[in-house]
Design a protein around this ligand. Structure first.
Ligand code: ATP
Ligand code: MG
Length: 140
């Protein structure tokens, strides 16, 4: 059975551009409930840990620099079929390929600075939520 939670970040480009509110509005209007949320900033080392699965990819070093370049918002979201539905809401990794009306189509600046993160599986949603939030911060 699909889990009902996913994890998201509003990435530095969208936070810096002042688009966090508009993005959170789209997330809520799509039926997701925010069950944990904070504004924070990653160190390069923490960004490296978060995206460790990509460590062999050519864009990894740049990605870690970019993800630690400014504040982000991290949140755990709840909805039926959360992981899949959220990936549909954010659109393709490269905004040039993202469907009309998706968050990345509207707000992303490039394939790297692509406005939001969305977990790609139930397992990773749980791992990523635990990366940012202690059990004491997840009381909802
Ligand atoms: P995310 O995991 O952030 O939700 P995603 O699952 O759509 O994005 P991944 O393949 O997991 O895409 O890549 C992680 C992130 O690495 C992307 O969101 C983007 O910021 C960056 N990235 C991916 N591919 C490239 C690329 N070819 N060039 C530069 N950056 C990239
Ligand atoms: Mg991914």
């Amino acid at each position: 059975m699909a889990s009902n939670r996913t994890f998201t970040m509003i990435k530095p480009d969208a936070f810096e551009a002042g688009n966090s509110g508009a993005i959170l509005k789209m997330i809520e209007e799509a039926g997701f409930k925010i069950v944990a949320m904070k504004a924070t900033q990653l160190t390069q080392e923490m960004a490296g840990k978060f995206y460790e699965v990509h460590k062999e990819r050519p864009f990894y070093a740049d990605l870690c620099k970019y993800m630690s370049s400014g504040p982000i918002i991290a949140a755990i979201l709840e909805k039926d079929n959360a992981v899949e539905d959220f990936r549909a809401l954010i659109g393709a990794t490269n905004p040039a390929n993202a469907a009309e009306g998706t968050i990345r189509k509207i707000f992303a600046k490039s394939i790297e600075a692509n406005a939001v993160h969305g977990s790609d599986s139930d397992e990773n949603a749980a791992i990523e939520g635990n990366f940012y939030f202690s059990q004491f911060e997840r009381v909802i």
